[in-house]
Design a binder for this molecule. Structure first.
Ligand SMILES: Cc1cc2nc3c(=O)[nH]c(=O)nc-3n(C[C@H](O)[C@H](O)[C@H](O)COP(=O)(O)OP(=O)(O)OC[C@H]3O[C@@H](n4cnc5c(N)ncnc54)[C@H](O)[C@@H]3O)c2cc1C
Ligand code: FES
Length: 262
């Protein structure tokens, strides 16, 4: 699998909602090699503060060589990225990790919560681009409120997909959790669920899928230092005992492989 370390130009910066930013980078090699569910490590400032690169899911790629990330400002690294100006260069390492395995048989349901929506757009567009994946995937997206969700929904609709929405405050779509929406859909074992979001959300999705005998893949987030399997900083506990590296064995795992009780 090809990986690159490149200085790439920021060509667009959009404020999607309060503290939610999307960057478009001209990164042709990384964009061409990327698969949905993979991530990039980004140096957020030219000097040594912050020292460590930060991991971000690949949100979307284009045939023109652009790559997008979508992120929430939560600390110093993301604050610096949000302040980057068009024309600035950023050091990117990627694509990294193991992404989603797209099942060619059966139906797909994509469930993204909060910034877990980021990798779902790339996944949705890959399903739509390639006819061998059959019927259009079902998409369920959740966020805290209308402001955070609505600007992201239109990207999925532009792919020709219908989106079911849920918000914590009920300001758009279902008032409650994405798992309520998933339950109501009454999907069965002919489906694969692909999910990314907060851990409690993914745990609930895993348990629902287990009960209904539905195949489920999840993309997990951990703190990461190297992103390449070298520092042991991203350990996730496995059901069979022991640990996996989220950066090199994941970040996408079969939900049943992971230990959810911790
Ligand atoms: C594979 C992967 C993909 C990711 N994709 C995205 C994405 O697409 N969009 C996005 O907004 N974020 C994503 N993240 C999380 C993102 O990497 C962190 O939010 C970012 O590193 C925070 O950097 P910071 O310097 O701004 O904050 P820091 O100063 O490093 O931390 C600020 C706060 O956020 C917490 N934090 C830091 N990293 C994480 C994490 N991974 N999970 C939970 N809490 C964390 C810290 O404990 C602290 O409380 C991803 C993480 C991983 C591992
Ligand atoms: S982040 Fe270093 S081993 Fe995974």
């Amino acid at each position: 699998m090809s990986q690159f370390q490149k200085k790439v130009e920021l060509v667009r910066s959009e404020v999607i909602a309060r503290d939610v930013v999307r960057l478009t980078l001209n990164a042709p090699e990384i964009a061409a090699a990327a698969m949905p569910g993979q991530f990039v490590m980004i140096q957020t400032a030219p000097g040594k503060d912050p020292l460590l690169r930060r991991p971000f899911s690949i949100h979307q790629t284009s045939s023109e060589g652009y790559l997008q990330i979508l992120f929430k400002v939560v600390g110093r690294g993301t604050q610096l990225l949000a302040q980057c100006r068009v024309g600035e260069k950023l050091s990117l390492l990627g694509p990294l990790g193991k992404g989603f395995v797209l099942c060619e048989r059966g139906n797909a349901c994509l469930v993204g919560g909060g910034m877990g929506i980021a990798p779902m757009l790339f996944l949705a567009s890959r399903f739509q681009q390639q006819a061998r994946y059959g019927a259009a995937p079902k998409v369920i997206l959740g966020a805290r409120n209308r402001e955070e969700l609505v600007p992201l929904i239109s990207d999925f609709q532009n792919l020709g997909l219908e989106v079911l929405a849920a918000t914590d405050d009920g300001s758009f779509g279902h008032h409650g959790l994405v798992t309520d929406v998933l339950k109501k859909m009454n999907i069965g074992p002919d489906f694969t669920v692909y999910s990314c979001g907060p851990r409690p959300m993914m745990a609930a999705i895993h348990h629902l899928c287990l009960k209904e005998n539905i195949h489920c893949q999840v993309s997990v987030e951990t703190v990461m230092a190297c992103g390449m399997g070298a520092c042991l900083g991203c350990a996730v506990p496995l059901k069979a005992g022991g640990y996996a590296h989220a950066c090199s064995d994941g970040p996408v795992f079969e939900a049943g492989e992971l230990l959810w009780s911790l």
